[in-house]
Design a protein around this ligand. Structure first.
Ligand code: AHR
Length: 498
């Protein structure tokens, strides 16, 4: 039996709903076929955008969508994707296919409108210019008779759009230009300067942050961006710094199979996912030195499982299957983000449709909600809730050996998030163990009633379909929420504060 304490009367920071964000890149069948089928398609669509995909993303309350990449962002020239005369280009990064630019700025913003969500646009630093990025911001957000606003109107859109989240390049240490941190930091200052606030639109500029544990990148960027020589503070120019961490079976070189894995592989995978906790903590510690009041958010704008490509698929399309294991990686990772609510303002799963740990998979007119979709659906109530930190008095753990010099990881086998919003308490818990676990969650400082609980699991970790059912293993006894969790399962319980 595991015991934990939650103080209902001591709410912590707000869990930004943007932690549950998504990402759609011009990669494989994410945009084309996955989201955009063209207005002439027999698949029901609105100006070419699949309505079934829109509905399924709305069901999980999608709070934002990042576009057009990823690596593609630093190869993308936005003027190719507006107007009636659109050139074709080669998407050399992803499958070396020809991109016809039929999905561009107006189509993306129409998708945003249909989804009733917020855009997160990533601009091109790697192969673009400062002027190009500056004009894209003007094209999107300026209301008066400026040159770019006029160009937008000539393409049929009178009113400016609202765009808050703006990425200044992607993976500039890699596919986005292979830059040294010193060089990128200077470019980030330069590009950030010319990404202007037009009218009432206020940009939240996101500088490219580190790859996994590249703490030197964060150190250099924060110190250089912080040293503006103008009495400005870093957050005057940048409001966010990104972080990318993918979960591989073993390593980038040995990603492992999506479906063919043994027990050790499973625990190695979840330990790799759990590493997100250490990464956020350590990058935050560096950020705290330059930004002690936490005005700059950590934006984990790419995360998720990344397996060997599905046999027979184009390896550049990053097609993979999913099992219950992927769902548990998602639930544990979301718990990590929630626990770091003070610093993690946004996170974006890679990717929304048909690529990597997608929430949706399409095959012609068929749409499948993946195991990960169900985790997002069950988790969405945490968005914009106040965090109620969970104090574990003892948790079962499993020692998981690591590659290279890293010490073994003591992987906690139980994870949970608790938030409160509008008098409703949402508890979510993950049991990573191969055995059932009993958890007693003592809810102090208030009284609650239990409204209901749901369980996500499958009969085997390798199952590609999960079941989500009403959960009879939750009960409330004398202020203690008792969860009798099956092996490898995820549970949400809803309670009302009385
Ligand atoms: O999500 C797939 C790719 O992974 C992105 O394009 C890139 O940013 C990252 O390396």
């Amino acid at each position: 039996m595991t015991k934990a304490i939650v103080n209902l009367d001591l709410p912590g920071p707000l869990v930004s709903r943007h932690q549950h964000g998504h990402f759609a890149e011009h990669l494989g069948h994410c945009i084309y076929e996955g989201i955009f089928v063209g207005a002439d398609s027999e698949i029901p669509n609105d100006k070419g955008i699949r309505l079934d995909v829109v509905e399924a993303l709305k069901e999980i309350g999608i709070p934002n969508l990042r576009w057009p990449g990823g690596c593609f962002a630093d190869d993308y020239h936005w003027r190719d994707g507006i107007g009636t005369d659109r050139p074709t280009v080669v998407n050399s990064l992803w499958g070396d296919v020809v991109e016809d630019n039929s999905f561009g700025t107006h189509e993306f913003m129409h998708l945003i409108d249909l989804l009733e969500t917020e855009p997160y646009i990533c601009g091109n630093v790697g192969s673009g210019t400062v002027q190009e990025m500056s004009q894209w911001v003007e094209y999107l957000t300026r209301g008066d008779d400026s040159p770019m606003a006029r160009l937008r109107r000539s393409n049929g859109r009178d009113e400016p759009w609202t765009v808050k989240f703006w990425g200044v390049g992607n993976e500039s240490w890699g596919c986005g230009g292979n830059m040294r941190p010193e060089h990128y930091a200077d470019l980030a200052r330069q590009y950030g300067t010319y990404c202007r606030d037009h009218g009432d639109n206020r940009l939240y500029r996101i500088a490219c942050g580190a790859n996994v544990d590249d703490y030197a990148w964060t150190q250099t960027l924060m110190s250089t961006v912080g040293d503006l020589g103008c009495g400005c503070r870093p957050a005057d120019h940048f409001q966010g710094l990104s972080l990318h961490h993918y979960t591989f079976g073993k390593s980038w070189e040995e990603k492992g199979s999506a479906t063919d894995f043994d027990t050790d592989d499973y625990f190695t995978t979840v330990a790799n996912a759990w590493r997100m906790d250490e990464l956020i903590a350590r990058h935050s510690t560096i950020m705290d030195v330059y930004d002690p009041t936490r005005r700059i958010g950590l934006i984990v704008d790419e995360w998720g499982t990344w397996w060997e490509p599905e046999p027979g698929s184009n390896p550049g399309f990053l097609v993979q299957r999913q099992t219950l294991r992927d769902a548990l990686v998602a639930s544990v990772t979301l718990d990590i983000f929630h626990a770091h609510a003070e610093r993690v303002e946004m996170a974006n799963l890679a990717q929304a449709v048909n690529v990597l740990q997608a929430v949706l998979v399409t095959d012609g007119a068929t749409l499948t909600r993946t195991p990960t979709w169900h985790v997002f659906e069950m988790n969405q109530g945490h968005g914009d809730g106040s965090l109620l930190p969970v104090q574990w008095n003892e948790r079962p753990t499993r020692s998981v050996p690591q590659e290279g010099p890293r010490p073994d990881v003591d992987l906690p086998l139980l994870h949970a998030s608790v938030t409160v919003k509008d008098g409703r308490v949402l508890v979510s818990a993950t049991n990573l163990a191969l055995e059932p676990q009993e958890v007693d969650l003592e809810l102090r400082g208030g009284s609650v009633s239990l409204d209901g609980a749901r369980l996500l699991t499958a009969s085997d970790l390798h199952d590609e379909e999960v079941s989500v059912t009403a959960f009879g293993g939750a009960s409330l006894e004398g202020g203690v929420l008792k969860l009798r969790m099956p092996a490898t399962s995820y549970v949400v319980a809803e309670l009302t504060l009385e």
